[in-house]
Design a binder for this molecule. Structure first.
Ligand code: ADP
Ligand code: ZN
Length: 771
């Protein structure tokens, strides 16, 4: 028998293997161990193969079958196959990318087991006898000095009772109160040593069993950290929206709804109630959130309604936790899955609702192959399942809003914050004026400094956003005008860590050196650090507010597992007054005590030659302003910028999404950008600059020859904006057109003819950024 197997190798299609005689055919979706060249890898069975072009002997046999039943359900295999094709990736790499990491390895016994001791009937009898008689002993044993019976003595006819030590009696007493048993580690904690239990077990007063443990990543601490329960009534707007959404879900057909609700309008509450109503109809819900940091709060909310039938899937879990959660979902023990991007492939059955919260968020896009967008795959999954998709956002992506306006999606709007809380009042500070008045080194404007100090005095919290990490963004030589660059990448090194041993680091390849005291090019001593990032802002807030408790939240600050959760819960608990950070602080969080949001350099992203620069800036500013004033006290936002008149800044400050959309859609239409055309971004990597450009030119030429009917246009070749990365030179070309399938097929056929080039080519379908 021949089977088709997806193996974890980039760009590779399905491979054919033979199931040896006598081995039962593995189920579709089961994991199998197969030889691949000189290696042995774990693959997924995708289906039968009727026949193979290869001679019989050339088809290699599988080595092992790891699962008796499907590890990956058939619908998830189909979804992965769709994803692979759409995003021009291999099926194998796509399938393995979605599995929990442990499942990719060899034979898995990822279950942790726990020894549990439980009292037996004999044990209960012994206790009773002891209680009844005051002591439980046997003359024969007394005669033996109370020790265990000697071998052979009296063992023939009646079982020899065994004299129980006080300790043993205590354990039995304890176990008698918990018939299901108590895990031995817990007993050990209470002072009952393993050998005490082992002895009791040997004599059948207790049994020992191994329970499978589901490593539950959900720590009680995050459970409690969620805001206190209130028996709240939906606002009229929320109730109307819920009605619409429930009736859409009740059609049990594929529908897409865009829930456009301003920040703080209570979207999460709607997700919860909608999921509950779908569950009542016997179907399950899948909810995607953009950040690992947001899962805990959402899960704790869902657990109040669904108990432990809520699972989490994200890459921050340990391999074991993730595996256990996967297994629970697969076995049907779960009603709701909450997770980040890859959770869209969770093995959840009977899906009736798919929620994509903050659907505009860039982190739904995976920046390595398969370069899928979790939101778009979620829509396809719902389509396959006949489910309702709810795309929620205060700042919908241009694509989604366009689809809502054109009637392809249902549009559900929440225009007001719950309890009629006002949106934050936003003030713009023109930094050109500020520099003139307060000096060119100003980081926090006078207005922002005063506002932070006011919050400190009132015991309220502030967020300060700068979407750029590090202390200084470049090291500049005043003698030769050179900057310190990464030797592997065409970017300048960023200074991290003020104080004694600052280092200059590449944000792309992680290369780092100690910050030199002399210029590496001209040996001149006049090195100057220019530009600033979050670390510098943090230091500046400390200098201005020495009494404040300040913390920083960016990727550098939360490298350790768990540090992000603990930082967020300290902030929530009020142990931090000012939180400085990158866009990580802007996302979705609900911190009721934040009344001030400061934005340093609102225009960080605006200078970029990226067609989404304005959209991203608008979203970031609107979202971060939306973090203020979510509790009882009204919020204020102070936005510092050098471009106070730019429409992204202006309209974000007015929180006027429709006006922004009108403005932006005009630009997209006239410049032929999404949502009016589709794009494929192609990057060719090579050892030399000329090599990259030549190969890119070759692709361009062949594509142009194939575009006879002009269903697409090719731009390029050109040096990529990031011209060198990790030692390789990069050239770029862009394909724009309305027929995505034709674009992809033309490109794939060019690449198929040159496998060596294909391996060096990055294909990004629906790129979020072309930089
Ligand atoms: P969004 O996701 O739209 O920004 P959230 O769902 O986080 O908003 O809701 C904002 C805050 O309002 C949360 O603290 C939430 O618990 C609270 N909330 C939601 N609905 C109601 C309601 N009907 N009455 C009172 N408070 C509500
Ligand atoms: Zn580098």
């Amino acid at each position: 028998m021949l089977i088709r197997v997806a193996v974890p190798v980039p760009q590779l299609g399905l491979l054919t293997y033979r199931v040896p005689e006598g081995v039962p055919p593995p189920a579709v979706g089961a994991r199998v161990v197969v030889p691949l060249g000189a290696r042995v890898v774990t693959g997924i069975v995708v289906g039968d193969e009727k026949s193979s072009d290869l001679a019989d002997g050339a088809v290699k046999p599988i080595r092992d079958v790891l699962d008796d039943e499907a590890f990956v359900p058939a619908d998830v295999i189909a979804l992965a196959a769709w994803t692979a094709e759409y995003y021009a990736a291999g099926v194998g790499e796509t399938l393995t990318a979605v599995l929990p990491p442990k499942a990719r390895g060899s034979r898995v016994d990822a279950h942790k087991t726990l020894r549990v001791a439980a009292i037996t009937a004999a044990g209960l009898g012994a206790l009773e006898a002891k209680r009844g008689r005051g002591s439980f002993s046997d003359p024969k044993i007394e005669a033996n000095g109370g020790r265990e019976p000697l071998p052979g003595v009296g063992a023939k006819t009646i079982p020899v009772p065994f004299s129980l030590t006080p300790k043993q009696l205590d354990v039995l007493e304890l176990l008698a109160g918990t018939p299901a048993g108590i895990p031995t580690p817990e007993l050990a904690e209470r002072g009952f040593a393993a050998d005490t239990i082992a002895r009791l077990a040997k004599h059948a007063f207790v049994t020992l069993r191994h329970d499978r443990v589901n490593r539950d990543p959900f720590t009680p601490q995050t459970y409690e950290a969620a805001s206190p329960e209130q028996d709240r009534r939906l606002t009229a707007e929320q109730a109307g929206a819920l009605d619409r959404l429930t009736s859409l879900a009740a059609t049990r057909g594929f529908r897409v709804a865009l829930l456009h609700g301003v920040t703080g309008s209570g979207k999460t509450e709607l997700y919860l109630r909608l999921a509950a109503s779908v569950r009542q109809g016997g179907r399950n819900a899948l909810m995607l959130v953009p950040e690992i940091a947001l899962t805990a709060a959402v899960v704790s909310l869902f657990r109040r309604t669904f108990g432990d039938r809520v699972a989490i899937q994200h890459s921050g879990l340990s391999d074991g936790e993730r595996h256990d959660q996967w297994q629970r979902i697969r076995r049907g023990d779960i009603d709701v899955v909450v997770g980040t991007r890859s959770a869209v492939f969770a093995p959840l059955g009977k899906i009736g609702l798919v929620i994509v919260d903050e659907e505009h968020d860039g982190s739904y896009k995976q920046e390595e192959s398969p370069r899928y967008n979790g939101r778009d795959v979620a829509i396809v999954r719902a389509q396959h399942a006949g489910a309702l998709v709810v795309l929620g956002s205060a700042t919908p992506s241009m694509e989604s809003y366009y689809n809502a306006v054109s009637g392809k999606y249902e549009r559900v709007v929440l225009e007001r914050r719950v309890l009629d809380r006002p949106l934050a009042a936003v003030a713009i500070v023109d930094m050109r004026e500020e520099y003139a008045a307060a000096g060119p080194d100003t980081i926090l404007s006078r207005a922002l400094t005063a506002a932070v100090q006011l919050r400190l005095g009132r015991g309220e919290q502030s967020l300060v956003l700068l979407n750029r990490r590090g202390f200084a963004t470049a090291v500049f030589c005043r003698q030769c005008a050179g900057t310190l660059e990464c030797p592997n990448c065409s970017v300048s090194l960023v200074v991290h860590g003020e104080g004694s041993a600052p280092r200059a680091r590449c944000h792309y390849c992680n290369y780092s050196i100690r910050v030199p005291t002399k210029c590496l090019l001209c040996a001149g001593p006049y090195l100057e650090q220019t530009g600033f990032g979050t670390e510098r802002v943090e230091a500046e807030v400390r200098r201005l507010c020495p009494e404040a408790r300040i913390a920083r939240l960016d990727r550098d600050a939360v490298r350790r597992k768990g540090s992000l959760d603990s930082l967020l819960s300290r902030f929530r608990d009020g142990a931090i007054d000012v939180l400085v950070g990158t866009q990580m602080i802007a996302k979705g969080h609900d911190f009721p005590r934040v009344t001030l949001v400061g934005v340093i350099s609102a225009d960080v992203g605006l200078g970029l030659a990226d067609f989404r620069a304005s959209e991203r800036t608008f979203q970031l500013l609107t979202q971060v302003a939306g973090r203020a004033g979510r509790g009882e006290h009204p919020g204020e936002a102070i936005v510092q910028t050098l471009y106070p008149t730019h429409y992204s800044v202006q309209l974000a400050c007015r929180q006027d999404y429709p006006a922004f959309y009108e403005r932006e859609v005009h630009f997209r239409r006239s410049m032929r950008y999404p949502p009016f055309v589709s794009m494929v971004n192609v990057i060719v990597r090579a050892r030399t600059f000329a090599g990259a450009m030549d190969d890119a030119a070759d692709i361009v030429q062949q594509l142009r020859a194939a575009e006879a009917e002009s269903v697409f246009r090719v731009l390029g070749p050109a040096p990529a904006p990031l011209g060198k990365l990790r030692g390789e030179y990069r050239a770029q070309l862009l394909i724009k057109g309305t027929n995505r399938k034709r674009m992809r097929e033309a490109l794939m056929s060019v690449l198929a003819a040159r496998p060596d080039l294909a391996r060096r080519t990055v294909v990004d379908v629906d790129p979020l950024s072309v930089l």
